[in-house]
Design a protein around this ligand. Structure first.
Ligand SMILES: NC(=O)c1ccc[n+]([C@@H]2O[C@H](COP(=O)([O-])OP(=O)(O)OC[C@H]3O[C@@H](n4cnc5c(N)ncnc54)[C@H](O)[C@@H]3O)[C@@H](O)[C@H]2O)c1
Length: 351
């Protein structure tokens, strides 16, 4: 009998790509997804292979979780169902808390009610759990406070060292960087990690936590205005609009292509059993928002991006990660450059 995998949120951007990968590899795959209208605009098709069962259901709703587990007792669960709007989470905290935190506990309670313990739970967590992450000033490593509104109004974009000196961001690593969420979305993702760690330990089963950097690529919702700067910039560049770049353009991110993320999740599902793992998944290459904007503008023949000095409260200044532990642990390596990946995204939007 083939191994079975339940993917919550499996009709979304990452989930549908992972469903295809697992189905192609011979896994028996089921998806539980509420098909949220913010992600799935009206009249868009759900792109899942015919062999994948789609159970339309809400992870926050106990009877829905019970119904799915009555029909499908998976050997592994990949938990992706989530509200993912970072800025939106500041004004819709309860919605994020409900889906991300209560949705996780409801799923676990449903497993307990039906007496089923999967061999592994895989969680797509987020680089957001690190908040501003660790920075270095001289020889000192420190964790900056979230940037205040007043600091951003004054255009002091970079966090400063403890004595006000210049500082540089360090690559986050699950092995050494303390999570310090600075927004509600991030706090709920860290809560998911803690909840699943407690449950899996108590049930002697495995947990893989993959902290994903900014994922982009074909299949990303182009209508959800709350997520996905690469998709947004790609769309505007194709319309020949000049992109507005916030702060001084030097906000740093790691943009990782969807196929690389799917391969990492696939490796966690299919690889040798580890008791538990926490790894960072990115391209390993930090990119400024200005570089991203310039690349898309050049590809589309759009005007050069404009640095506008605007900002968003709650944005972190720098996000980059050390992927080497994941490379070793998962026997995986990202294969897509930003240039190749953004071109693939543009081609997908075109067609
Ligand atoms: N895309 C990224 O850059 C990124 C980065 C870090 C972490 N992640 C994490 O990866 C996971 C998947 O993200 P994505 O980019 O595919 O997002 P997505 O929004 O495309 O997919 C999420 C899916 O969850 C479903 N969903 C929402 N609420 C639900 C509920 N109550 N019950 C059942 N299903 C529900 C939605 O309908 C959607 O299909 C999320 O947990 C997210 O936090 C994503």
């Amino acid at each position: 009998m083939s191994e079975s995998v339940l993917i919550t949120g499996g009709a979304g951007f990452i989930g549908s790509a992972l469903s295809r990968r697992l189905a192609e590899a011979g896994y028996d795959v089921a998806v539980m997804d509420i098909l949220h209208p913010q992600v799935h605009a009206e009249n868009t098709t759900i792109d899942l292979p015919p062999s994948v069962r789609l159970y339309t259901g809400d992870v926050t709703h106990a009877p829905d979780c019970d119904a799915v587990l009555r029909l499908f007792k998976p050997s592994q669960i990949v938990h992706l169902a989530a509200e993912t709007g970072t800025a939106q989470s500041l004004t819709e905290a309860t919605r994020h808390g409900s889906v991300n935190v209560v949705g996780t506990t409801q799923l676990l309670d449903a497993l307990s009610r039906c007496g089923h313990v999967p061999d592994q739970v895989v969680l797509a967590s987020s680089r957001a759990v690190y908040g501003e992450g660790a920075w270095r000033a001289g020889d000192e490593v420190f964790y900056p406070h979230p940037r205040s509104h007043a600091q951003l109004v004054a255009g002091r974009w970079d966090p400063q060292g403890p004595s006000g000196e210049a500082a540089v961001p360090l690559a986050s690593s699950a092995m050494r960087t303390e999570p310090r969420p600075t927004n509600i979305y991030a706090a709920t993702k860290l809560a998911q990690e803690h909840i699943l760690a407690g449950w899996t330990a108590a049930h002697d089963t495995r947990l893989s936590v993959l902290r994903l950097q900014n994922v982009y690529g074909p299949g990303q919702s182009l209508t959800n205005s709350y997520t996905g700067i690469v998709a947004l910039f790609a769309r505007l560049s194709r319309q020949k609009q000049a992109l507005e770049v916030y702060e001084d353009g030097q906000i740093l991110r790691d943009f990782v292509y969807i196929d690389d993320v799917v391969e990492a999740l696939y490796a966690a599902v299919s690889g040798p059993a580890e008791p538990s793992r926490y790894v960072d998944i990115g391209s390993g290459v930090p990119t400024t928002i200005h570089q991203l904007a310039q690349q898309l503008a050049t590809s589309c023949g759009a005007p050069d991006p404009v640095v506008v000095g605007k900002f968003r409260d709650g944005d972190v200044r720098a996000a980059r990660c050390d992927i080497e532990p994941a490379v070793e642990d998962l026997n995986w390596r990202p294969a897509w450059s930003l240039e190749k990946g953004t071109q693939a995204l543009l081609d997908w939007i075109e067609n």
